[in-house]
Each structure stands twice: as C-alpha cells, then as structure tokens.
Design a protein around this ligand. Structure first.
Ligand code: NAD
Length: 496
C-alpha cells in the first residue's frame, strides 16, 4: 500500500475578504506541543505585507467609523453568538496548537468571549460629557472618536484571550484593526477572524498579517497606523513601546512577570494549597500571572512544601488532545523546554535545593517539563527575578511580612501578587505596600476579567492606558471638545 505524504497546512494571512497564502516565504513551523508534530506553517510576512494591509484597513475604516455604534453592536452581538456556538471547537484548536488542557483552553476562549460581550454595550461608554453655559452663552461637549487603523501583536500563551483583549474593543469603537498573532499559534486567530466576518463585519475591518521582527517593526513605524497594542516578553514590549511611541503612536505594551504567592501562618491550609498549585502549574506555568514565587511567613513554608510535593506527584501530565483526563500539558516548544530545564540545572549549581524535579519522569514525545519545586531561593539568586515561564515554583522564607515585602519590591516586574490569610489587617497591608498592579487576597490568579483593566506595572507594562474595560475604550478613542456659542440676541427670522 502506498501511503501519500500529507502536506502540512499553510497558514494564510487575511486581508479584506481574501485569504492570502505566501508562496515563497520562509515559514515558521507550528507544533502540536503534546506530540512534537508539525501541524502548520506560518509564513514570515514583510513590510510590504503590512503596507498592503494598512491600505485595505484604511479604506474599510472610512465606512466603519461612520456606522452608528448601535449598528456596529448588532454585528458584535452576532459575533458573540457565533463564538458561543463554536466555543468547543475553538477550545480544541487552542489545545492542539498551544498544548494547554481542554479546560484551560475553554477558559482562554471564555475570557475572550467576555470581552466581546463587554464590547456589545460599548455605545454607552462612547458617550461624551456636556456642560451648558460653561462660559456666558457657551456650551461644551466632548465626543469620543476612533483613532483609525490600530494594530495588535500577541504572544503564544493565550491564543484567544490576548488578541481578544484588543480587537473587539478597538473595532466596537469604530477602528479598523490589523492583528499579528504569535507565529506559534496562528490557527485560533484565523478562526476568530473568520467568525467575525461571518457575523457581518465588513471585509478590511479586521485583518491578519503574520511575521516576526520585520513585520512588528513595520507595524510600529507605519505612518498609517495610529496605535499599537502589544503583549509578550518585557524586552520586546520595551522595544515596541520605544519605537512606536517615538513615532507619535499610542502604545500599550504588556511585558513579562514574576508573580508572588505569599502565605501567612493563619491561611486556610486546604484551599491555599489548591490555589498555589493552580497558580503555579496551570497552563504549565505559561501564564503572565503564573504564581512562581512562594513566600512562606512564620515557618509555614515547611508544611506547605511537603503537601505541595504530594499534590505535584498526583498531577497527570500528558497529551492534552488524547481525550484522556490530563491535569497539565506541555510547554510550547523544544526551545522553551530546554530553556526551563537549563534554568533548573543552573540554579542547582548555585545551591538551590530541588524538592521535586520536573526534568525526570515525563513523557518522551512532545515538549514536557514536570512540576518542579525549588527551595532556598533568595533575592541574591538570579532565579528570584528571572521569568521562567514554565511549571517551576521557587520557595522563599523571609523572617516576617515586612522583610517579605521589602524583598518582593525589588522585583523588576509588577503584574500580580497574592496573599493567603484569614486576617484582614495583613491583607490590607500587603495590598497597599506591594509594588504591583494586580493583587489577590486568597485568589491564586488575580487576573481581571473584561470589565476591569489588566493592570501590570513596572517592567510588566509600558504605556499608560491598559487593556480591557473602560481603559481599553479610552485607549482606542480620542476625545474632541466642542464649544459652541449661539447668539441669543439674533433677530427671529420671519418671526418663527
Ligand atoms: P514574545 O515576546 O517572544 O513574542 C510576543 C510577540 O512578539 C509575538 O507575536 C512574536 O512574534 C513577536 N516577536 C518575537 N520576537 C520579536 C522581535 N525580536 N521583535 C519584534 N517582535 C517580536 O512572547 P511569547 O514567548 O510569545 O509570550 C510569552 C511572554 O508574554 C511572557 O514573557 C509572558 O509573561 C508575556 N505575557 C504577558 C502578558 C501581560 O499581560 N503582561 C500576557 C500574556 C503573556
């Protein structure tokens, strides 16, 4: 029997209503991280592709921006219904290309869906302010207007949620959008765009361009693009912020993180262990809100460590697309796996104690790292402030809450920090003194949902207005102030 070699699917760009396949480009392989197989080829776009997309988006913007917000909302409502209808198949797609478990993938699309839901009612937030008689005979009003063509660049770890922090709000505000998804997970972004077009979005309002540095730099410097929304690692976030803002664009750029889970001796033991394990090992630690530093106060770390090792041993690790119940999936690719295991090896050499070693006992195929627990970590060790972006939890044992806060406020990042306690006073002190933008009180992953801004600080965010919620609407609109004077002493025409 002759078995025909199956061709690996090429990933298209979407410009207007066309799917564009690049014939002679360099391609990035898209892996199924659970098996290591190549499941797609993402083309490397060029500055020319960006220019082409901007032309198409600009044309679409002219009509879209003039459409009444309530008419735009009709299309968003249809989009919401289509996502709901296809939620499960989108989740399966996320699991296939990203490797997270099906429950985690459902959460990924669900969070994005909630942003669409928020965007359905955006007309209310687009309303301006007014004050009559601001000066004698003069009335003042503000009007929120869309910016033009906006662009978004997203990471691999949330193939649905992160792009959906951006484009539903931008588009509902009347902008056109160009998305450059992560080359590692392009299929979900394509599907989300197709569904929006199916819902009635005019072609050209949402476009997809693929690529790496050349495309990102072209988006940041193209004169036809008004704003850049970026989410990814801090080094690139900083580069994007500097390049685009120097050219006068609005920029919001989310970066990396090192998030804290601080446990007071009075914390509820059972729910705390569950929350710590979920925060550290959910999505195989590949979350910008992953709780990767465990800080025990008053000797609590001792009992936490042994209980955590038990929980970690019980986690089922494996192929997330197999249909079998799996608790933790792989990391995104072989490079990530190597980086994480190298970090564990380097820390061991620096005196860190490995209480559970994720380099061993893992499936052979695919890109797996098991849950890992490292002890004796302190601010003097690089690991303290390094973003590992894998299932590695490091334990610190400061003398007291004051010392903990002073250690933790040395971290360069500022995404999330959680305190576990049954005492409101400790919680209040922690929430007011910790130097980061998203605080959890007995909540393992304090990631805000659609109505709130995703509020990273320090090296976790460059810019001013954050993604999601009202700040998202402010980011994607500019305000015009109109002052009007109508002379009261005019002669009534014809006595009307
Ligand atoms: P990444 O920085 O490697 O890539 C992000 C985007 O930038 C991708 O679209 C990629 O193609 C592009 N890119 C890569 N190299 C580039 C270069 N040299 N010049 C210009 N663009 C380039 O990030 P990742 O590995 O995809 O995602 C993981 C990172 O994202 C982690 O650091 C994580 O903490 C962060 N993240 C942050 C948030 C947040 O809200 N702050 C949310 C999710 C993920």
């Amino acid at each position: 029997m002759i078995v025909e070699k199956q061709e690996i699917p090429k990933v298209p760009m979407i410009m207007g209503e066309k799917r564009i396949y690049k014939e002679n480009s360099v391609n990035y392989p898209v892996f199924n991280p659970s098996t290591g197989e190549i499941i797609g080829l993402t083309p490397e776009g060029t500055a020319g592709d960006v220019d082409h997309a901007v032309g198409i988006a600009k044309k679409a913007f002219a009509d879209w921006s003039r459409m009444p917000p309530t008419k735009r909302a009709e299309i968003l409502f249809k989009y919401r219904a289509l996502i709901e209808l296809h939620m499960e198949s989108i989740a399966e797609m996320i699991t296939l290309e990203n490797g997270k478990t099906i429950d985690e993938a459902r959460g990924d699309i669900r969070r994005g869906y909630e942003v669409v839901e928020f965007a359905c009612g955006i007309a209310h937030l687009l309303k301006g302010e007014s004050l009559s008689n601001i000066a004698p005979e003069i009335d003042g009003i503000t009007i929120r207007e869309p910016l033009g063509v906006c662009a978004g660049i997203s990471p691999f770890n949330f193939p649905a949620m992160v792009p959906m922090w951006m484009f539903p709000i931008a588009i509902a505000c009347g902008n056109a959008f160009i998305l450059k998804p992560s080359e590692k997970v392009p299929f979900t972004a394509i599907r989300l765009t197709e569904l929006f077009l199916e819902a009635g979005l005019p072609p050209g309002v949402l476009n997809i361009v693929h690529g790496g540095k050349e495309v990102v730099d072209a988006l940041c410097s193209h004169p036809g693009i008004a704003s850049i929304s970026f989410v990814g690692s801090s080094a690139i976030a900083k580069h994007v912020y500097r390049l685009a803002s120097a050219l006068g664009k609005r920029v919001q750029a989310g970066g990396g993180a090192k998030n804290v889970q601080l446990v007071m001796p009075d914390a509820d033991p059972e729910s705390t262990i569950r929350a710590i394990s979920g925060a550290a090992f959910g999505c195989a630690g590949q979350r910008c809100m992953a709780g990767s530093l465990l800080v025990g106060i008053g000797g609590i770390a001792g009992s936490l460590k042994s209980k955590l090792v038990e929980v970690m041993d019980s986690l089922v690790i494996g192929d997330t697309g197999s249909g079998r119940k799996v608790d933790m999936g792989p990391v995104i690719d072989a490079r990530s796996k190597e980086r994480i295991t190298d970090t564990i090896t380097a820390s061991e050499k620096k005196g860190v104690e490995i209480l559970r070693d994720g380099r061993i006992g893992i499936p052979e195929k695919g890109f797996f790292v098991g849950p890992t627990l490292l002890d004796q970590v302190s601010p003097e060790i690089d690991l303290f402030e390094e973003e590992i972006f894998g299932p590695v939890l490091s334990v610190l044992s400061p003398k007291n809450l004051d010392e903990a806060i002073s250690w933790l406020n040395q971290l360069p990042f500022g995404n999330g920090a959680t305190i576990y306690t049954s005492n409101g006073r400790y919680a209040r002190e922690f929430a007011s003194k910790i130097n980061c933008g998203m605080v959890g009180i007995n909540v393992g992953v304090p990631a805000p949902m659609a109505l709130f801004p995703f509020a990273g600080w320090n090296d976790s965010f460059y810019g001013d207005l954050h993604m999601q919620g009202t700040e998202g609407v402010m980011f994607y609109t500019k305000q015009r102030v109109v002052l009007s004077r109508w002379d009261n002493n005019y002669q009534r025409i014809n006595g009307w």
